[in-house]
Design a protein around this ligand. Sequence first.
Ligand code: UGA
Length: 459
Amino acid sequence: MCAAARERGIAVRLAVIGCGYVGLVTGACLAEAGHQVICTDIDRERIAKLNAGGVPIYERHLDEILRSARAAGRISYTSDAGEAIRAAQAVFICVGTPPKESGEADLSAIDNCARQIAAEADGPKLVIEKSTVPARTGLELSRALAAYSRNGLRFRVASNPEFLREGTAVEDFFHPDRIVVGVEEPSAAAELREIYRPILERSFHCPIHNGACPVGPRGEFLVTTINSAELIKHASNSFLALKISYANVLADLCERIGADVEEVTHAIGLDPRIGGQFLKAGLGFGGFCFPKDVQAFIHLAASVGVDFDILKATERVNKERIDRFMEKVAKALWVVKAKRIALLGLAFKANTDDVRFAPALEVLKRLLADGAEVHASDPEAISRTKPLFPQVHYHEDPYAALQNADAALVCTEWDVFKRLDWERAGKIMARKLVLDGRNLYSPSAMRDLGFEYYSFGRA
Ligand code: UGA
């Protein structure tokens, strides 16, 4: 990019490889912010769906942004990675890095991107790794690009981890608390600053606040080494996971001692050094990020001789949540076999259709193994769960799932479940029994309605 262009803040031509949650949100938001984006994916069906105007994932605001960016001619899709790579000045790698059996991150998709970029590029490119990867991946990526390149092109590599939460990903992208860029040379940082300039200066039309974003601190643009940037990502997610497991052990303790975990976490969270977020006790964390990132971080640490013991405990505590919950279920129901169970929530958290590593599905698996008849309800995740568990009865309407149920199990913290009319539910259930895996209701209010009610860390 020439200096004059930089001063004017003109659109940068970007390619995004991988149209999953991260890639699609990144591509859509950068296009909406004014850049020219071309997205590619090896999944041809996904590209066809996007080309036909569809959105393959549920994420608030994503459909409207994709529509408006497309109408403005700023986003396009191709299954030809070469076309996307050649069209771009900078290439974002947003492919999956799933866990291997050992917990180590599988980086084969990143390696594949390196091969594609080296083979297809017709000029030097800035290659930005956005996928979550263990520290030192950027350096390996640099080496791979150099090794695979046949025409002497030089690629610069940067790490730009994402901190988006599913469900609020678009909002997080437009209003980040930090933008971390790990680089080896200042020109890469300058190019990334240009790419993020509309976000940093809030010079884009915010689709969420209709242009009138709340005044508040703007995200910091942090330039670090590539290794640090990669480490920051794993360290952030692992710390949040650690907080959740800490709250969950507190819940166990509260149950034994006769204290209330909600009171305890609320009070400790008021200390700004601790903070109130991610202290919600319950079924624990799931999704495609925390479980695999904690594992990958433990693995990375071990590979350099550091024993990250507290993260091993974090993982163990989290897995035990399901056991604790199923113990409560078995105790309340006595015999689970042939019982009709209303399972409220399938997604790994609210406001997403994502069921990957969802605690709810682990509960579902155990219920089915015990011979229960499961009636599940979820506002968004039914279609993703159905192929995995065709033997389950699915209901859009939670009250239909609750009809004649021997027990209701709450597994996801959706607002619709928070607002359920339990008086109405009590009249249609076979037994007024609720096992709340997300501490959504007040135990005394449930008792007043005549329910037998169990949750985590509360009397
Ligand atoms: C997480 C991080 O929050 C993002 O910053 C990060 O970018 C993302 O991973 C990623 O690596 O891509 P996400 O996986 O969307 O985002 O989900 P979270 O909102 O962090 O929730 C994770 C899990 O923890 C959910 O299952 C949720 O129900 C659970 N949770 C969360 C609790 O059990 N208790 C809490 O107090 C908070």
